[in-house]
Ligand binder design. Structure first.
Ligand code: ADP
Length: 226
């Protein structure tokens, strides 16, 4: 079976910094994969390329066989809204909107009407244990609460893939494990593919498979789906 996500010999530089130099990986539908490696090794850059946020300088990115790196920006934005959910380290929530509105807006981008989006947003906040955050703006949330809200937003749209960049990075380890556990159990229940960037071995251990990035390249055979 062909992989759901694929990177082939991907390179990306920022000025003179070569963040990626020939990274390759394959991820199958429904897999929970940790992308690990030391800080600065290129993990986030690889995640951003896979999610169609960044376009590589060279190499190929495929989602369901489609060359994501060849799509124009509008099409990549649409793909992200329709098929992907992202959870970044510091939440990435819209500061002017309440938690409930942050989740609802993601659903409205997907075509839901305001009332329905609002109702579903509340349901998802409940599922991740963040009901009490609904009326609060991101500035009034703790790090853990913001991450739960970001997770509700990422999962609410029923994405095929969730990209999580150090989703527990701003938390202590107990809260971190709980939030991660929530993400993974929800994803496994729905057959959602998860790509989890982390520098923490304990977190990588929660994944089905680990892909190690060093100096901008994936190392060894584990980069390819079994
Ligand atoms: P990791 O996620 O493994 O910590 P990153 O992908 O964030 O690594 O970064 C890889 C390298 O690219 C680092 O040297 C980092 O400083 C650099 N880098 C990443 N993003 C940018 C950017 N937007 N502008 C300049 N340099 C960047």
């Amino acid at each position: 079976m062909s992989p759901l996500l694929e990177a082939r010999d991907v390179s990306k530089s920022f000025g003179r910094t070569r963040a990626l130099r020939g990274a390759s990986l394959e991820i199958g539908a429904g897999e929970v994969v940790a992308v690990s490696g030391p800080s600065g090794s290129g993990k986030s850059t690889l995640l951003h390329c896979l999610a169609g946020i960044l376009v590589p300088d060279a190499g190929e990115i495929r989602y369901g066989g489609t060359r994501v790196d060849e799509l124009d920006e509008d099409t990549r934005t649409r793909l992200r809204r329709e098929a992907f959910g992202v959870v970044f380290q510091f939440g990435g929530l819209v500061p002017e909107l309440t938690a409930q509105e942050n989740v609802a807006v993601a659903l409205m981008f997907g075509g839901a009407r305001r009332a329905e989006a609002s109702r579903a947003a509340m349901e998802w906040l409940g599922r991740v244990g963040a009901d009490d955050c609904a009326p609060l703006r991101p500035g009034d949330l703790s790090g853990g609460q913001a991450q739960r809200v970001a997770m509700a937003r990422a999962l609410a749209t029923g994405p095929k893939v969730v990209f999580a960049d150090e989703p527990t990075g701003a938390l202590d380890s107990v809260a971190g494990e709980e939030v991660l556990g929530l993400l993974l159990s929800t994803a496994r229940e729905h057959g959602t593919t998860v790509v989890l960037v982390t520098h923490d071995n304990r977190i990588a251990a929660f994944a089905d498979r680990e892909i190690v990035v060093r100096d901008g390249a994936t190392t060894g055979s584990p980069a390819v789906a079994r």
